[in-house]
Write a protein that binds this ligand. Structure first.
Ligand code: BTN
Length: 259
């Protein structure tokens, strides 16, 4: 993270009518012979195997939701990269705010309107063999109402249709969202989580609420106390101690291209 780092910029998005999971498409390209450049964006009008965190499924209503992934490559530690989902969540909040929708960020990867989830973010990827990380960030924004959505996602969900009373085409929604993402990611590249902290503190959903955080070492029960210096979740446990939980505890791949 350096103050003089260049601004993060996206490449022109590639759209497909159908994909398994936009994250899986970018991950398989990363592992192939001609890995895409940082800033590559792959969007699908429909996913047949959309996925969420912790093995959950993700539903994209046909022709109705915004589902895309992008690639970020750079020299950052796994702990430092833990703020990338938070930067993405803040950008989604900015994008929704521009349309008059007041949303909050549920650590580390959800965006909520009230208590209903309108967006999920899934960061995958791995180390690049000669240093740094190659991260695939997948973002799903619920656009159109779908009667089966809550059951698939496993909780109450919201859509842009609920909030705005209209359905915009995903192709029209992506460019403004990418604009907000580029701004938040540039700020994070230059200043680390410190550059996002004030807005993230204001946007954090669930402060003081009970939480069960899953970590590689087991689950941690307590209440949401705030965020640590890299954007980790601070959980105050019953005994009064504070446990820090990282959003990216592990990544799954090692790629051979340059970061
Ligand atoms: C979650 O809430 O658990 C994360 C959901 C992430 C969904 C997006 S949709 C685009 C990208 N492709 C996927 O298969 N998942 C992410």
């Amino acid at each position: 993270m350096e103050e003089t780092a260049p601004a993060f910029a996206f490449l022109p998005p590639e759209w497909a009518d159908e994909a398994t999971s936009t994250n899986d498409v970018l991950k398989s390209r990363l592992a192939g012979g001609a890995p895409p450049a940082s800033g590559a964006v792959f969007a699908a009008r429909r996913q047949t195997k959309g996925k969420g965190r912790l093995g959950n499924a993700w539903l994209s209503a046909e022709g109705g939701d915004l589902t895309f992934s992008f690639l970020w490559k750079g020299g950052v530690s796994l702990a430092g990269a833990g703020a990338l989902p938070l930067a993405c969540g803040l950008a989604v909040r900015d994008f929704l705010g521009e349309q008059g929708v007041d949303a909050r960020c549920k650590w580390p990867n959800d965006v909520f309107v009230g208590d209903a989830k309108i967006c999920g973010i899934l960061i995958e990827g791995g180390a690049v063999a000669d240093g740094g990380l190659a991260l695939v960030a997948g973002i799903g924004v619920n656009v159109r109402r779908h009667s089966g959505r809550d059951a698939v996602i496993g909780r109450a969900t919201a859509t842009l249709e609920d909030c705005l009373g209209r359905v915009d085409a995903p192709e029209a929604l992506l460019p403004p969202l990418l604009r907000f993402l580029a701004l938040r990611i540039t700020a994070w590249q230059r200043g680390g989580f410190a550059a996002l902290r004030r807005d993230m503190d204001a946007a954090l959903w669930g402060r003081g609420k009970p939480v069960r955080a899953r970590t590689p070492g087991g689950t941690v029960d307590g209440v949401v106390a705030g965020l640590g210096e890299n954007g980790e979740l601070l959980v105050e446990t019953e005994g009064g101690g504070v446990v820090s939980v990282q959003s990216l505890a592990a990544l799954d791949g090692v790629y051979s291209g340059n970061p």
